[in-house]
Design a protein around this ligand. Sequence first.
Ligand SMILES: [Fe+2]
Length: 195
Amino acid sequence: MKPETHKLLDIKIPPLKEGFVLPVGNSEQTFYSLKVEDVFNPELISFFAELGFIPQYALIFHHTPYSTVQPIHVDNNLEQFRCSINWVFCDHHLLRWYEPKPGATPIPTHVSPVHGGSLKDVPYVTLAEEDAVVIDETSDKGPMLVSIGNIFHKAVNLSDADRWSVILKFTLKSTPSWDYVVEKLSPYIIESRDK
Ligand SMILES: [Fe+2]
């Protein structure tokens, strides 16, 4: 059975804190780790807190136009919890999930965010493109619940403008699992986005 990869969410609270300016990196992909309260709308932080989600930090990826440089990867930063809530700011992008081909060898590595704070040399596992089979994809811009911890994935910018992915990382008081988070978010999960 194919693993679940993402759930679209109908949460209408504007995600970004008033006055927050999305950062622009000086390479094809730049990865920022920032404080939740510096990035997100306080109303949104309260919304998730009331659901029992404890905000941890904000991640932002900046991709230049037509960037495809992000490797196929699994986020593995030693957290117990491996999903996040994502908002994407761009004209046209794709987020894809993959399974390794039989016999493929994932490559353990690490990434270092800009403004990383305590997040330095984050463990990260990559997979060569020729070793990967696409199992799902979305061009939705969120908000969405995204599985990132045990399923390979990759984002590409298909537009001639910059792309940002703003990601809320959180922990939970109880034992975290995909099913638990899906249940918590179930009042907000939608099958498709009205255009
Ligand atoms: Fe990721």
